[in-house]
Design a protein around this ligand. Structure first.
Ligand code: HEC
Length: 313
């Protein structure tokens, strides 16, 4: 069977990000997602080697080689909105569209404002009746949690948890164009007249260029892609493109060395940092193939003009 694309897929429409209700407007404010999901029955999922096999091919829709613009075209299928929904009339009142899905949870206030953080790092207040943008502030990272508001000694505060993490930033790095800077997780609190400066996030020091020459044959790259999709992309990113939360394996110096790669991937030396050994269910042939695929993807990015070749000499 050919590839089938379902939009929205199982991760949304609406995911965990809290929605809100305002009894004065009678509207429900929903962070809506449009995330495609790819199904393909050509490969037998019983052959899949993964700790998490729920019966679909994790590599469905993944080309090993693709022309420039392919990943951007897949990313264009993604989107979302903040939707003000009238549950009595069962119809939308207003919507703010977003090119990226999985924007933040929503807070609706008595004063007629709707607050939401989005994937561009903005925390925005909208008019609850009309959706007009009333105020915004750049947080750098991405507030996926819903903001909250509270009063202490007559003063009103608004706090939001912000950072650069979450499932979407791990898996869907390719939707951001380039990996965003890492923002350390932080709680940011606003009040009227507040004037503290927000510290800037740490700059990423890794140069986005291949760290070794390409190796392996197309068969090995194909196997590596399959095993990467089944095991690694949930954290290191679909199509081997990281969203910047954890290292992009294409630019990692560890990917360039078979020995260093085996120490991490097979022997688990980074286990305390959250990177466990995969030697329990992936053979050396599998993990070698993943390394070959990752480096092949690094050179594919160079060929497609998405990364620069290493400096010569
Ligand atoms: C559950 C999440 C998760 C999965 C799944 C995962 N990793 Fe990792 N990986 C991590 C984390 C977290 C780090 C960063 C550890 C640190 O901070 O040093 C990492 C780091 C690495 C590094 C070191 C990169 C560097 O430059 O420091 C390599 C290599 C690596 N992973 C390979 C893989 C491979 C290959 C797979 C699939 C077989 C995989 N990982 C699956 C979470 C994951």
């Amino acid at each position: 069977m050919a590839l089938t694309v379902v939009i929205p897929g199982p991760t949304g429409a609406h995911n965990w990000h809290p929605m809100a209700f305002n009894p004065d407007t009678g509207l429900v404010y929903i962070p809506v997602n449009e995330i495609p999901f790819f199904y393909d029955k050509t490969r037998n999922v019983e052959d899949s080697k993964s700790w998490w096999n729920i019966g679909y091919d994790a590599a469905a829709g993944w080309p090993v080689e693709y022309p420039a613009g392919t990943v951007e075209a897949v990313a264009d299928l993604d989107g979302g909105s903040l939707l003000a929904w009238d549950p009595v009339k069962a119809e939308p009142r207003w919507a703010v569209p977003f090119p990226l899905p999985l924007n933040g949870g929503v807070l609706s206030t008595d004063a007629g404002l709707v607050f939401q953080g989005n994937k561009f790092g903005d925390l925005v207040a909208y008019d609850a009746e009309t959706g007009e943008r009333m105020w915004s502030r750049q947080l750098v990272g991405n507030a996926a949690a819903a903001p909250m508001t509270y009063e202490i000694e007559g003063e009103q505060y608004l706090s939001v948890l912000s950072g650069w993490g979450s499932v979407s930033n791990l898996i869907a790095g390719f939707t951001y164009g380039e990996a965003a800077g890492r923002e350390p997780a932080r709680v940011i609190t606003f009040k009227l007249g507040g004037n503290e400066m927000m510290p800037m996030p740490l700059a990423d020091q890794v140069v986005a260029t291949p760290k070794s020459s390409m190796f392996g044959e197309p068969d090995q790259h194909q196997l590596g892609m399959q095993r990467f999709a089944e095991n690694c992309h949930f954290c290191h990113g679909a199509f081997a493109v990281s969203g910047g939360v954890i290292p992009d394996l294409r630019w990692s110096a560890i990917s360039a060395s078979e020995q260093a790669w085996d120490q991490v991937v097979r022997e688990g030396v980074l286990e305390k940092q959250g990177m466990v050994s995969f030697s329990g269910h992936l053979t050396k042939e599998d993990t070698d193939a993943i390394r070959a695929y990752v480096i092949q993807q690094a050179w594919l990015a160079v060929a497609n003009g998405d990364a620069l070749p290493p400096e010569e000499g």
